[in-house]
Design a binder for this molecule. Structure first.
Ligand SMILES: Cc1ncc(COP(=O)(O)O)c(C=O)c1O
Length: 441
């Protein structure tokens, strides 16, 4: 073993002892395997759409360029197909401009590493994605000007904003960035977006605000034809030609790796922010642009999202999400909290949930089931044919250990029933075990 390998091995052993060791696990999720995948983010089951597959193969066979883009967007990788896709997104999402990235990770890192300047503030929900943290760390904004606030808590946000505005002078021109997600991937809860935007409006002049919303888990799923939560709430903003849109969300991130079934992302922002990123965002400047095959796939996916098939898939996801909540509520009502429970605010209704295309209450397709024994529960469920992955620190805070259930539009109610039955067996076995331990004392 080299000295380097020895040192790394020592560090890895430390992780193993803390039960935090990560490794790849391969599962056969083909229909023959009998396994049901509750870990995939393929919320609309689009990766198994026959119509999409047919359209994609047909378009591939009739398009001359289908392989790699062969260079960064600043070199050979800016093709008419890339620009046409961005134009499609500008019009579809109602944004002043759009910029493609190779992943949501790259887009968040690029934005937060370059756009906020040293005198600005970045206020963020404590549960925002790791990519926002990596971006902030690489930025020139000093750590004391990057402030988290407790998850989804408008009051706590108000306190943070009051503190920073009380210390700033009347001619302060700094920007206050607010980083949020529409649907949080670990707790599976929605952001109380209108309330948070109201708080922002009460504390920071509009000209000094920049609200950035990550729609990774709502792209394609919510809003008219899948335009996202911000669009459904009429909050799409961003400035063009010096004029600011009516909405209060300035920058949106839509990603393609989850419900869209491909990979990559698009940042919806003002033309100035776009141009700034093209000039300074290293993951964009120094990396090969999305391959043609992906650009073609995205075009085909958007044809489906904008069709009756897309509407049907979105409706099915809402139905199956409501169903699992109703069944889980029954199970959890008789389950001791220390065995299994949902995060505290999980069932808070989506703000304005009567608006069309927004999820009804409770509508989240992501459920984080908190348990002190996530690995054991995951193994128990796998033995019964369900892939439900454990999530442990540092991905979630200590004490937030859980298994995560992600639903897909194509799932049938019977599959949900079988999963709930398996969870019930697990709960009963834990209750029995606890009783045995208490009887011995
Ligand atoms: C909220 C959020 N933002 C960004 C990302 C990164 O997106 P991508 O997988 O496209 O890199 C993820 C992926 O897990 C995410 O959950």
């Amino acid at each position: 073993m080299t000295e380097l390998d020895k040192r790394l091995d020592h560090l890895l052993n430390g992780r193993k002892q803390k039960n935090r060791f990560r490794s790849f696990k391969e599962y056969d999720t083909s229909s023959e395997s009998g396994l049901v995948d509750f870990s995939s983010n393929d919320y609309l089951s689009l990766t198994s759409s026959k119509a999409l597959r047919k359209a994609y193969l047909s378009k591939l066979s009739s398009t001359p360029n289908i392989f790699g883009s062969t260079g960064s967007r600043l070199l050979s990788g800016c093709t008419p197909a890339h620009s046409a896709l961005e134009k499609r997104f500008v019009s579809f999402f109602g944004s002043p401009s759009a910029l493609l990235f190779n992943s949501g990770w790259d887009a968040n890192v690029s934005f937060f590493a370059t756009v906020p300047q040293p005198a600005d503030w970045v206020i963020y929900d404590e549960l925002v994605h790791a990519s926002v943290h990596s971006g902030m760390r690489a930025s020139r904004v000093p750590p004391e000007r990057r402030i988290p606030f407790p998850h989804n808590d408008p009051k706590a946000l108000a306190e943070v904003l009051e503190t920073i505005t009380s210390t700033s002078s009347s001619n302060d021109r700094s920007t206050v960035f607010l980083a949020l997600e529409s649907l949080y991937s670990m707790d599976g809860d929605f952001s109380p977006l209108p309330a948070l935007l109201d708080v922002m409006g009460q504390n920071v002049p509009r000209s000094r605000q920049c609200v950035v919303l990550d729609e990774a888990h709502s792209t394609g799923v919510y809003g008219d034809q899948g335009r996202g939560v911000v669009h459904a709430l009429g909050e799409e903003g961003g400035a063009q030609g010096g004029k600011r849109g009516e909405g209060r969300v300035d920058v949106r991130l839509m990603t393609f790796g989850k419900a869209v079934g491909c990979s990559g992302a698009v940042l919806l922002c003002s033309p100035t922010v776009r141009s700034f990123l093209v000039n300074f965002a290293r993951p964009l400047i120094f990396s090969t642009a999305l391959p043609h095959s992906t650009v073609i796939a995205l075009d085909c996916v958007w044809d489906v999202l904008q069709s009756e098939e897309g509407d049907q898939r979105r409706r099915s996801l809402v139905v199956i999400s409501a169903y699992i909540h109703s069944q889980l509520d029954i199970l959890l009502a008789r389950t001791p909290r220390d065995i299994l429970h949902l995060p505290p605010d999980h069932n808070i209704p989506f703000p304005d949930s009567d608006a069309p295309n927004l999820p009804p209450k409770p509508g989240s397709p992501i459920l984080g089931l908190l348990t002190p024994q996530p690995h054991a529960l995951s193994a128990f469920l796998l033995e019964r044919g369900f892939i439900v992955r454990p999530v442990v620190p540092p991905t979630v805070p200590p004490g937030g250990e859980r298994v995560r259930i992600c639903l897909r539009a194509g799932m049938r109610k019977e599959v949900i029933d079988s999963l709930i039955e398996a969870l019930r067996l697990w709960v009963d076995s834990r209750v029995e075990e606890d009783r045995g331990v208490r009887a011995k004392l």
